[in-house]
Design a binder for this molecule. Structure first.
Ligand code: IMP
Ligand code: MG
Length: 174
């Protein structure tokens, strides 16, 4: 089975949106410091670009979670593959994700990270598929709402491929 990539959001559209979000976050956190948590691997490209656009002091940490299994579906079972290096006590945390689909990964993550006593936790995602939601997650910053299609690029993969595409594309199977 072969696959083809159709462009959904161009590099320019994504860059412009990240600049907007960076500006908004910088305004919202004026006078504070932000602890950005990048959810690996998908969140890495977005986190780097976003961090560069934030004008208040930023610290970074990384976490890797896997929702068991390859392919295009999340199973709902989440495992911490790499935990954070730093404690969260008293920090203003923003979790940075590539995409929210069912919402299972994030509702699990938020639950465990809240127990580490941060001052606040907000959620920022580049892409959101609201139609697919099965759990209630409050997202504070969203780049784009997209339809229920499997997308790749800008950190997002299909079986570990296409993360390096500088745009967001839809995988078409043929
Ligand atoms: P959720 O737990 O269903 O919200 O799944 C979130 C995770 O599933 C994301 O962090 C991605 O790793 C993956 N995912 C969901 N939709 C897509 C997609 O369209 N393309 C690539 N990965 C996706
Ligand atoms: Mg992910």
């Amino acid at each position: 089975m072969g696959e083809k990539i159709r462009v959904l959001l161009t590099e320019e559209e994504v860059d412009r949106k990240i600049e907007e979000i960076g500006k908004k976050i910088s305004e919202d956190y004026e006078g504070k410091e932000i602890h950005l948590i990048c959810i690996l691997k998908g969140g890495i490209f977005f986190t780097c670009e976003l961090a560069k656009r934030i004008t208040v002091p930023v610290s970074l940490d990384f976490m890797s979670v896997s929702s068991y299994g390859a392919g295009t579906k999340s199973s709902g079972v989440v495992k911490i593959v790499k935990d954070l290096d730093e404690p969260l006590d008293g920090k203003d945390v923003i979790i940075v994700e590539d995409i929210i689909d069912s919402g299972r990964t994030l509702s699990y993550l938020i639950e465990i990270l809240h127990k580490r006593n941060p001052k606040s936790i907000k959620l920022c995602t580049l892409l959101d598929k609201p139609e697919r939601r099965v759990t209630d997650v409050k997202v504070d910053y969203v780049g784009f709402n997209i339809p229920d299609e499997f997308v790749v690029g800008y950190g997002l993969d299909y079986n570990q491929k296409y993360r390096n595409l500088p745009y967001i594309g839809v995988v078409e199977f043929n």
